[in-house]
Design a protein. Structure first.
Lengths: 222, 719
């Protein structure tokens, strides 16, 4: 059971994500952005939060053109799992692995707080450890988390049950209160909230834990 | 380019007094050239030399069994057991932030983070103590939004949790805001890096970002009063790039792991000049720099500009020459500049080459070790008259006056712009007492706070200085932590005025007494003087940053009151309203003396809290706003009402020191009261938590009403 956490210059939640993966039983490799390949046997790729390449040009835009991202795309095409959190979600959108875009928060300010979220679908290996409609609390910390998409994409996400998480009330202006979405094959999740910051009993924050443990269970079963 | 001729005007413009310039001539036995004049000015200004404060700073207690490294290095270092150390410092970026708030504050954060990781520590927590002018002043809103955005913009991208701080408003800061940035990092106690160079002929390596013209003369600017030419000073503010800083952090820590680093110094104020001189001076060596080899961002820079540039995100290092290729590979990996720009010399010499010319040839040790030092005349602040008439006010109205003021309103508008949880070790985010982070990979925790009450310091510098330390001690104590050590950021007006100098002398005396009595030595710090505009000084603001350790997680006190809990007040209440928040906010009066601080009682009450942490569900220190505000803040945090029996305004809002409000179950309360009786600690039940109303004596209002005011008044005032 192997996870690979990508490290771009400016990533700053890479260690946090590795800790959460390990706690769920994964063996974790940190993979540098200039690498051409993922370690053999990688089950899931984690794209961490942070400010890859300083958020210069557009959040995630430069990272999406890194050598390692070609390997990520091959991994996903073969049906591999990937999770992109915060800046990692931005990277997934810039690579085209997930549809839509993240714009500046409606309030135009950086925002760090815990927010209530609804589990909008349990039909994924990331969310099947939760109850449908369950409300969980996860920290958000972003300046550009305002999810926007064309009507076609919104209809597809809705119709194909690919909205994984919704803010319970408006947080950053995201359309349909979308906080996280799944790929067509439901094996790629991008989300703005930070489940890796809420996966530790000792911090008193555990609502993100099930995302890693259910994934681990799925990988073992597969 | 032809260097300008050294004229009297040029000498004065570099901040030299005639006596100081005469000393330069005596040292050199000749006239300095333009570059040399710039180097002397950078080393001898107040900001770098501490020439007005050094005599008094020496009186501070800086030692203790827990201290690994006291003042004088980039940051102070304290032992936290298990071979680990916490490395921390607080530093001001006041003048730049007033001129250009976003970049001024951002580079203040960048500078303090660099101070910490230069020593081999990974930054794990940041805080900021901010002082602004009155909200109605035309500049205040722009300053607040720019400074807060700048702090967030830098710290968030760098990836350090910002877990605490203060924000205050007072008309005395209308012309000079204060931005005091604190950072703490974690290091292995046996892998700490210092700035002293060693070995002759060792390569001096330049790391990080390229050098540009930004910030030329910044340290000299920070050592002068402001006047109406302030707009012309904008080009002296540096521009920060947290992305480069983050890469510099990772590259430096990676390089330090290899053992190739002999010594390292970040380039802060006066950039190349200060860092090269410090490394040489501390190592008893000379340094030669060849400026042709310095990575440059702009064309045709002169030696003067390069030596005084304050471009950010740069480091200077003395490298083990056999490890050059290895070191360069690490910096190449992170796409950062790495250039050998000079070498260490056996003789006492600072030699700067540029083109084919010698641009400076100075006795290195004379630049820092023998920088001028003054015993400036000072006048003790006259004793404040006791408050003549204590006002009366309906208790709830008094509370509304406090929580409706941006000074005491809940400040989530500020702290939610800071990432408080990156690194996934944050146990308590800003808002209620000290911020707490876990020491990664262990169950130990570190608590951080920054405190000062400038009103007190103005009225009574000695007691005010003591109080700043005592409040920091209490905030650390209230979460169950043991205070380990402190850092001080002394912000004052023009020290050439005896009255201002008297404030500085008095405050240092008070701080020293308190740090000695409470066993919290000062291990690092910074002095910011000349905070005056058109002759109007700021309130004297000696900010104290404190660090505490929770070695056993069982000792942590981080709960919230529960329904039915008793509210117990620890410490003696006399109802001291002089210089109180109530007097200031509800009546617009800043009168009377500061509350006296009994350090023995502080110590006894603090020890009592720590010894009985198992009996305490929630605790907070009492400071501004006294019992009434502390009880309300606890109630608001818990979403639970509170009823205090007290009816007397002075006893509700008085700011007597050495006090805590704690919440306990009935059984715990009984045990705590009997423990207090045995320990000789004053304790009293003052009320109960529960319900959904706040009752102060006979008056009662819904908690929801007060919370709505408390949670909206900051944003309402500032946006």
């Amino acid at each position: 059971m192997k996870a690979a956490v990508l490290v771009f210059p400016g990533s700053n939640c890479d260690r946090d994500l590795a800790v959460a993966f390990r706690a769920a039983g994964f063996q974790v490799d940190m993979v540098w952005h200039k690498d051409q390949d993922l370690p053999a046997g990688t089950d899931i790729v984690g794209i961490p939060g942070g400010f890859s390449f300083g958020d210069y040009l557009r959040c995630g835009a430069i990272a999406a053109r890194s050598p390692i991202v070609s390997a990520l795309k091959r991994h996903v095409e073969k049906g591999g799992y990937a999770i992109g959190i915060c800046n990692g979600f931005q990277v997934l959108l810039e690579t085209g692995l997930l549809p839509g875009a993240l714009m500046r928060n409606a309030g135009l300010r950086f925002m760090c707080r815990s927010v209530p979220l609804e589990i909008a679908t349990t039909a994924s290996d990331f969310t099947n450890g939760y109850d449908q409609g369950a409300v969980i609390s996860l920290p958000v910390a972003h300046h550009d988390g305002n999810y926007q998409a064309t009507d076609d994409i919104r209809r597809a996400l809705q119709g194909e049950d690919r909205i994984a998480l919704r803010y319970q009330s408006d947080v950053n202006g995201s359309v349909d209160r979308i906080a996280g979405i799944l790929s067509e094959n439901r094996r790629v999740l991008g989300l703005m909230p930070h489940p890796e910051r809420a996966a530790d009993e000792k911090l008193g924050l555990t609502d993100g834990q099930a995302m890693f443990t259910s994934l681990a269970a799925s990988v073992v079963d597969a | 380019m032809q260097d300008p001729e050294i004229t009297d005007e040029l000498i004065a413009a570099h901040g030299f007094t005639p006596d100081e310039y005469a000393e330069v001539l005596r040292i050199l036995n000749r006239d300095p050239n333009f570059t040399e004049l710039g180097i002397f000015s950078a080393m001898w200004n107040e900001h770098c030399s501490y020439k007005s404060s050094k005599k008094w700073l020496r009186t501070l207690p800086t030692d203790g069994p827990q201290v690994i490294c006291g003042p004088g290095e980039n940051a102070g270092i304290v032992d936290i057991g298990d071979g680990q150390a916490v490395v921390f410092k607080m530093e001001s970026h006041n003048h730049p932030s007033y001129i250009e708030p976003y970049q001024g504050a951002a580079t203040g954060v960048g500078g303090i983070l660099r101070d910490v990781f230069t020593m081999g520590a990974r930054p794990i927590a940041a805080m900021n103590s901010l002082s602004f002018g009155e909200v109605s002043h035309k500049k205040t809103k722009r300053l607040v939004s720019g400074v807060v955005e700048g702090i967030g913009g830098y710290g968030n991208a760098f990836g350090v949790p910002t877990i605490g701080g203060e924000v205050r408003f007072h008309p005395a800061f209308n012309g000079n805001c204060l931005v005091n940035a604190f950072a703490a990092g974690l290091a292995d106690a046996d892998k700490i890096f210092y700035s002293a160079a060693s070995g002759v002929g060792m390569p001096v390596v330049y790391l990080g970002a390229k050098t540009g013209r930004d910030g030329v003369g910044g340290a000299t600017m920070a050592s002068a009063e402001f006047d109406d030419t302030i707009e012309e000073k904008r080009p002296t503010v540096q521009v920060g790039d947290p992305f480069t800083e983050k890469r510099l952090l990772e590259a430096c820590l990676e390089l330090m792991q290899t053992g190739a680093v002999i010594s390292i110094q970040d380039m802060g104020a006066a950039g190349l000049t200060c860092s090269a001189v410090e490394m040489g001076d501390k190592g008893g060596l000379g340094v030669q720099l060849n400026l042709d080899l310095v990575p440059q961002r702009e064309d045709a820079m002169t030696a003067y500009e390069m030596m005084l540039s304050e471009s950010q995100e740069r480091m200077l290092m003395v490298l083990d020459p056999s490890r050059e290729a290895e070191a360069k590979a690490i910096f190449d990996k992170w796409d950062l500049d790495f250039a050998i720009v000079g070498e260490t010399l056996a003789e006492d010499r600072f030699l700067v080459l540029h083109g084919d010319e010698v641009k400076a040839d100075l006795p290195l040790s004379k630049l820092s070790s023998t920088a001028p030092e003054y015993d400036r005349p000072w006048e003790a602040t006259p004793a404040a008259a006791a408050l003549a008439d204590a006002p009366d006010i309906d208790s709830i109205e008094g509370l509304r006056a406090l929580i409706g003021s941006p000074n005491y309103a809940r400040k989530h508008w500020v702290w939610e712009q800071y990432d408080a949880q990156v690194m996934a070790d944050t146990l308590r985010t800003p808002g209620l007492g000290a911020g707490i982070v876990r020491v990664h990979g262990t169950d130990k925790m570190l608590a951080f706070t920054s405190d000062v009450t400038p009103r007190y310091v103005r009225a009574n510098p000695v007691e005010g200085g003591k109080q700043a330390v005592a409040e920091a001690y209490r905030n650390i104590t209230a979460c169950g932590a043991k205070p380990l050590a402190t850092t001080d950021n002394l912000n004052f007006g023009n020290p050439e005025k005896p009255r201002i100098m008297g404030q500085l002398v008095g405050a240092i005396k008070g701080i020293g007494e308190a740090c000695a009595a409470l066993d919290t030595p000062i291990v690092s710090g910074n002095v910011s003087l000349y905070n005056e505009t058109d002759g109007q000084p700021i309130l004297p603001t000696p900010t104290i940053g404190a660090v505490g350790l929770i070695a056993d997680p069982e000792d942590l006190i981080a709960g919230l009151p529960e329904d039915g809990d008793w509210a117990l007040l620890i410490g003696e209440t006399t109802g001291h309203l002089g210089q109180s928040a109530l007097l200031c906010e509800a009546f617009g009066r800043e009168e009377g003396d500061a509350p006296a601080v009994d350090l023995a009682v502080e110590r006894r009450n603090g020890d009592f809290i720590r010894q009985n942490s198992a009996l305490i569900r929630a605790a907070t220190d009492l400071s501004d706003g006294g019992l009434a505000l502390a009880a309300f803040e606890m109630a608001d945090a818990a979403g639970l009402g509170v009823a205090l029996d007290e009816t007397d305004t002075a006893r509700l809002f008085g700011e007597d020191q050495a006090r805590y409000l704690v919440a306990c179950s009935f059984d715990q309360a009984e045990a705590l009261m009997s423990a207090a009786a045995q320990a000789g600690v004053t304790i009293a039940q003052v009320g109960r938590f529960g319900g959904d109303a706040v009752s102060l004596g006979a008056t009662s209002v819904p908690l929801a009403d007060l919370s709505a005011l408390y949670r909206s008044s900051f944003e309402a005032a500032l946006t």
